[in-house]
Design a protein around this ligand. Structure first.
Ligand code: SF4
Length: 375
């Protein structure tokens, strides 16, 4: 079987207690069925404590306190289950994260999730281009999803190559080039959407009226106030919380036109002092599309894949600008923390996606669906 592995994959090592944005904070830790069974059979006080930390609602059981910090994390930021009982007793997601492996059938892909701070740091500080490296091997992993339409998979693979070439960085490109580049990317996704779903007319020309990059400050503000920011961020990322407070102080009381002007000026100042940020943003978007676009094989949400990247790239650039305004600095660690926290807060955030998609929406069935199947 062909195995494609991202070139930074084997270099990853978790920084654990030294991680500035530990992944045991900030989201629910879902517990897979096999691990739940192990916990139910555990005897003694450790079994009692673990079971007491498990919550259930209508989804999978999960570990999380009210503050969205895993209650089984030690004061030193380490996993108490791993420390006392070894990795085998951790939930599957904790054993695997940030490794992200998908078996598509004819080939498998191995990526790293940039929601991990160390991965984000590797992504932006790599001296070499980050690409998928192909080899032959054996992988004992269930198929990703239920689709068996191999022609469609190969079509998607070709579309992804076209998308990735758009986001290759060279010195002629600026962050402002991303507006036109995202429009081209949307066109590729629209082509796939229309061809694969058999939709003849999706009125794409009506959808291209808004600026993709940078998004208007009024829209960024709505996304931030509605869902990107939450008060409880203070409990798991004081760094990110302070950036949000600074953001509201700088932009919260301005009208949209003044906010746009202020944002553009601050962005230009940041880019003048840290010109490498442009390449980092291109690299981040390209990497995210490489990792995510083929998941359309399962849900047919071509356009959603591009919108997610428009949202995350805009949010990352905005928070980098705010960081520079507040601290007069933008280190690699700052960038990595901003990328990883944005991935956790903004990617696959339905509320933020709805805000943006409402700007584009034209009512085509399945346009932004996450569960659309080929008719
Ligand atoms: S975010 Fe990454 S580096 Fe940090 S604790 Fe989690 S896996 Fe380790």
């Amino acid at each position: 079987m062909e195995i494609r592995k991202t070139s930074i994959y084997d270099n990853f090592t978790c920084t654990a207690g030294k991680c500035p944005e530990n992944c045991c904070r900030g989201w629910r830790v879902h517990i897979d069925a096999d691990t739940v069974q192990k916990y139910l059979k555990m005897k003694g006080p450790d079994g009692f404590i673990i079971r007491a930390c498990m919550h259930t609602d209508d989804t999978m059981p999960y570990f999380s306190g009210k503050s969205i910090v895993c209650p089984l994390m030690t004061m030193k930021g380490l996993c108490s289950i791993q420390k006392k009982h070894g990795e085998d007793l951790m939930p599957e997601i904790c054993r695997r994260f940030p490794r992200d492996i998908r078996n598509y059938g004819p080939f498998a892909e191995m990526h790293l999730d940039p929601a991990c701070t160390r991965v984000s740091e590797m992504l932006i500080s790599s001296q070499n281009d980050i690409t998928l490296v192909s080899s032959n091997g054996v992988l004992d992993l269930p198929l990703y999803g239920n689709n068996d339409d191999r022609d469609f998979l190969m079509d998607l693979d070709r579309s992804r190559s076209s998308l990735l070439s758009l986001f290759e960085y060279d010195n002629s490109k600026t962050v402002y080039s991303l507006d036109g580049i995202f429009t081209e990317a949307m066109n590729i996704a629209f082509d796939d959407h229309e061809r694969v779903l058999g939709i003849k007319e999706s009125h794409r020309e009506r959808e291209s009226g808004i600026k993709n990059f940078p998004l208007p400050a009024g829209l960024l503000n709505k996304m931030t106030a509605d869902s990107f920011y939450k008060d409880k961020i203070l409990l798991y990322s004081p760094f990110f919380y302070r950036l949000f407070r600074a953001y509201f102080r700088y932009f919260g009381n301005l009208n949209p036109a003044s906010a746009d002007r202020r944002y553009r000026n601050a962005l230009d100042r940041m880019l003048a002092e840290y010109p490498e940020t442009t390449e980092h943003i291109f690299r981040y978007i390209r990497y995210s599309l490489e990792r995510e676009y083929l998941t359309t094989y399962e849900d047919y949400s071509f356009i959603k894949r591009i919108l997610d990247n428009i949202i995350c790239a805009n949010m990352v650039l905005m928070m980098m600008t705010v960081c520079h305004m507040k601290y007069r600095r933008l280190t690699v660690t700052d960038e990595a923390r901003i990328i990883s926290m944005t991935e956790r807060r903004a990617r696959h955030n339905d509320s933020i996606l709805k805000t943006l998609s409402d700007m584009y929406r034209n009512g085509t069935p399945g346009f932004f669906s996450t569960d659309m199947r080929r008719p």
